[in-house]
Structures are given as structure tokens and as C-alpha cells.
Design a protein around this ligand. Structure first.
Ligand code: 8YV
Length: 325
């Protein structure tokens, strides 16, 4: 008997087809996110649930799970949408898809690092609006990237991939992490470790948030911490909206407390506050960090490998360990 796998969203064709070959996979043809009721129904029936970032797998949902649900194989690297403690207590294994979206996400970080100070999105609007009056020595001036200090908050795989790109653009690398990276890597990147985020922030020209959202990092960039940034500084966030106090960020951006921000993630997606959408010194993206055809296929392959390994009785390669809590 093939195990019953429920997919909460539409995944790439090749991934869905392979899942149908291997498992008794229930697809979501409409791609509409599941309601709470649909999620409860799914955890009652599925042997394996394949959710995404748009599904809030709370303790309440997990409490409703039937005894057959043994694996939550999430499509994505972040697992902040799953109550890991509740899953563990119920004996449900959780897996994610690390590694395969590192480079794509780092590309979007770099795009924002370039786009905000160089006013790329604003320039595009001006060029296509018909309002461009021609070149001028003082027109559309932005800020230089080369020679600037980049502060990376969270030096995991994505942070490291950002650092490598930023070095190519002539930036110097600073980072805050729970602990320093391997000395060899630090030397290779010529990176400076800051144990204290409070000390790092006021010294940076651009700050990129690359840590996962965990109980320890939620609200990490609080109103108090954000106010440590200099007025010429830029902030980029591609991790999760709740790592930053969004209201405080909007206040800072509105009052020239910082120069600008590039955001791919928001506190209450897909809602983006009006005040944020009206700001000119921002580039706003709709959570596309890992949105490449190749990335989504690789993520799907990882989900399949995790499920198959688990079904075969082994520990899946991307089991989310408790240390991440
Ligand atoms: C994914 C992400 O698209 O993987 C993550 O954590 O934030 C995104 O890049 C999303 O999570 C898919 O579930």
C-alpha cells in the first residue's frame, strides 16, 4: 500500500508526477492555500503532510492529527510555520529543504543590496513613465556600493553565499551570529565577527538579515536596535518579516532614520502595510527569494527524498533537529 501524501499547494509538474508514481499523493489542483479546516482534515487523513510557508501548522492543528501522521515534509527551508515542539511531543518527524535555495536567495539579497542604494526600481518607473527629461549630472543620484561595510545578521549558508557575492562587489564583510564561523572561512571572506549586534549595527552601511525566524530571533531587530542604524544605512530582509519590528522600520524609513530598505518578506504576509507601500526609499518584493524553476524542482526532489527515506525506515537527510528550536 502506497502511503497517503497530502500536498497543500501546487508543486512543479515534475515533482507532482514523481510523487504520484511513488506515493498515493493528493494534489491541490487550485493551488489555493488550505483553510484551517482543510488542514485539520488533512492531518486526520495523511500519512505524510507536505506543507509550505503559507500553512500555519500550529499546536492546535497538530493536536488534531490522527495516529497515522508520522511525517511533515515541508517544502521550504524555514520551519517557523510549524510548531516543532508540538510535533515532537506527538512523535511526528519534521523535514525541510535546506541547501537547494541558498544561491537563489543570495541572488535576491544581492539584487536588493544593489537596487535600493542605486534606485533601480525608481529608475525603471521614471524611464517607462515618459517623465524622463534626459541625462543630468545630478539626476537620480544613489549611493556607491563599492567600499561599503555589509553587516550580515545570521551567517548560515545563505549569509555566507551573500558574503561571497558582496566581496565581488567590493564590500567588506561583517557579521553577527550565535558563534563565529570557522576561522578558515572567516579568513577567506576577510570577515569581522561581532558578538554584539548592538555594536555592529551603528557601524554598518548596509545590513542584511539572513537568520531563520526562531523564538530567539523573532523581534531581534527591535525598535531600539533599529534606532542604532545610521541615517545613511540601508536594511535588506529576505528571511522572515517577524525578525524585524515592522512598525518601527516604517517609522524609521518615514523619518529618514535610515536611507532605505529592500524587503522580500513581511510580518503578516501577504499583507504589506499601506504606509510601507507608499514609501519611496524602499524596494518591495513578493517573497521571491527562492522563486526559480530550478530551485522549486530541487526543493521538490528534496521533499521526495525525505519522504522516501523516512518510509524506508531511515532518518531522512533533512530532519529538523531540536537544536533549531
Ligand atoms: C520558500 C522560504 O519559497 O524556504 C523558505 O523558507 O522562505 C521560501 O523561499 C517557501 O518557504 C516555500 O514554502
Amino acid at each position: 500500500m502506497k502511503p497517503k501524501i497530502i500536498l497543500t499547494r501546487q508543486l512543479p509538474d515534475s515533482v507532482e508526477t514523481r510523487m504520484r508514481e511513488l506515493f498515493n499523493a493528493q494534489l491541490n489542483e487550485t493551488d489555493e492555500a488550505f483553510t484551517k479546516e482543510q488542514l485539520i482534515d488533512a492531518v486526520k487523513k495523511a500519512d505524510v503532510l507536505v506543507p509550505t510557508v503559507t500553512d500555519e501548522i500550529s499546536a492546535e492543528i497538530i493536536a488534531e492529527a490522527g495516529p497515522q501522521l508520522k511525517l511533515i515534509a515541508s517544502f521550504g527551508v524555514g520551519v517557523d510555520h510549524i510548531d516543532l515542539k508540538a510535533a515532537k511531543e506527538k512523535g511526528i518527524t519534521v523535514t525541510n529543504t535546506p541547501g537547494v535555495l541558498t544561491e537563489d536567495t543570495a541572488d535576491v539579497v544581492m539584487s536588493l543590496i544593489l537596487a535600493v542604494p542605486r534606485r533601480i526600481a525608481e529608475g525603471d518607473v521614471r524611464a517607462r513613465s515618459g517623465q524622463w527629461k534626459g541625462w543630468s549630472p545630478t539626476g537620480m543620484l544613489g549611493r556607491r556600493i563599492n567600499g561599503k561595510r555589509l553587516g550580515i545578521v545570521g551567517m548560515g549558508d545563505i549569509g555566507e553565499a551573500v558574503a561571497r557575492r558582496a566581496r565581488g562587489f567590493g564590500m567588506s564583510i561583517h557579521y553577527h551570529n550565535r558563534k563565529p564561523v570557522h576561522p578558515e572561512l572567516e579568513a577567506e571572506l576577510e570577515a569581522t565577527y561581532w558578538e554584539s549586534l548592538d555594536q555592529m549595527l551603528p557601524r554598518m552601511d548596509i545590513v542584511s538579515v539572513n537568520c531563520p525566524s526562531t523564538p530567539q530571533t523573532q523581534g531581534l531587530l527591535s525598535r531600539e536596535r533599529l534606532s542604532l542604524l545610521q541615517p545613511h544605512a540601508y536594511l535588506v530582509n529576505t528571511s522572515r518579516g517577524d525578525v524585524i519590528d515592522e512598525a518601527a522600520l516604517i517609522d524609521l524609513l518615514s523619518n529618514n532614520g535610515i536611507a532605505g530598505a529592500g524587503l522580500d518578506v513581511y510580518a503578516d504576509e501577504p499583507h504589506i502595510p499601506d504606509a510601507l507601500r507608499k514609501l519611496k526609499n524602499t524596494v518591495l518584493l513578493p517573497h521571491i527569494g527562492s522563486a526559480t524553476i530550478e530551485g522549486r524542482q530541487d526543493m521538490g526532489q528534496k521533499v521526495i527524498i525525505n519522504i522516501q527515506t523516512f518510509i524506508d525506515g531511515h532518518t531522512p537527510p533533512d530532519r529538523v533537529v531540536e537544536a533549531m528550536l
